[in-house]
Ligand binder design. Sequence first.
Ligand code: FAD
Length: 415
Amino acid sequence: CFCQLSGKIDECTCNIDTVDHFNNVKVYPRLRSLLRKDYFRFVKLNLRRECPFWVDDSKCAMRDCHVQPCGDQDVPVGIKGETKQVNRSPQHDKYSKEANCESRDEELDYLNKTISPKMKEDLVLWTAHDNFCVMDDNDEEAEYVDLLLNPERYTGYKGPSANRIWNSIYLENCFRPKTNYNLYIQSNKLSNMCLEERVYYRAISGLHTSINIHLCANYLLSSSSGLSLTNPKGEWGPNLLEFRRRFSPETTNGEGPNWLRNLYFIYLLELRALAKAAPYLEHEEFYTGNEAEDYDTRMAVTDLLNVAKQFPNHFDETSMFTGSDQAARLKLQFKEHFLNVTRIMDCVGCDKCKLWGKIQTRGLGTALKILFSENFNQKKLFRLQRGEIVALFNAFGRLSTSIYKLDDFRQMLLQ
Ligand code: FAD
């Protein structure tokens, strides 16, 4: 079976079946219940930002691309920050001022009159030097979304628009000019790439795999028979044919199993970030305003982090960006290029895909920030916003679910 993978995970020291067991038995069940908690299910983002790279080609009208917004009254007051002055320790303020970049805006005030909004945005990005992703939760148009009401699944988004996004994302890995992703991959065999390029490629490819596994595992099965009054929402479930088309060696020029392996790579990378940030995250209050719920959330997070810390052989980030001047330049490029990936998400032509694309690239960006920030060990300088923490856990939750669902597909193929 092509998805019966074995051996070591590339760039890491542990085996695929070790991760399968660890994830499916220990991590997945814990994350499943943790991500249902209020702190993690409500995210604030702007799905209406203009695409900065090309004229928006598609405003998708597909029913399954629709994102159901949530009413203001549904969002816990503590998350909205309405109880800011009441019973809150100074620590909570990091959700408001510092974390929301207001202080940076003040610093830029004297320039406001002279620069264009675009330049101002770039300046903010540059001064936010620790960040690997563009956050938009402070935008006027940003809205809260309940992730449980909007599960990641098949939407029907495909064709030139979807392909252009993936193509552009892969080209961001290209530290040499190239115009076509396939050409790039052909001419840059992984063995010719440096470690940092391989890590970038494997992380993006793993994310791509995870998104595509989700759409195969939650496919609209009843579309051919049509939706009806008695079955208005359709029937959703795994589509083995679609999975085979996307990942078998015959239909992917031999690449499918490698793409599946990259899922394990990005999983270990994000797991390493969680384990590294555990001492930081264990001090978070996960504040929503509901004391009992917040206590449960803290307990569940600590439990998950203990599991993460016990797993050896994570991805080793210290092997990257070491040595010469060139290493520092490479790190800057890596950061810039990944920032662009998060901006490309504004060009996704399907709101549901954009929602989950933003969360997952933001989560990966947060993991990179934890792994590569020079300020990580300086308590006063290193900060994670609520949006970053929520994205990190949800992104890891998607990868964990993909590994779990992959096992379901394996069983189906063996039957
Ligand atoms: P694509 O998946 O578009 O891939 C394009 C090309 O990339 C392939 O031909 C192949 O050469 C290469 N490739 C494929 N997989 C990998 C990999 N893992 N690693 C390296 N190279 C690879 N659709 C949904 O139904 N639901 C969603 O929630 C959803 N979310 C999306 C989020 C984003 C950010 C994007 C860009 C797309 C999303 N899509 C979603 C669309 C989906 O990912 C596919 O693009 C779409 O189904 C069309 O598939 P395709 O067969 O043309 O190949």
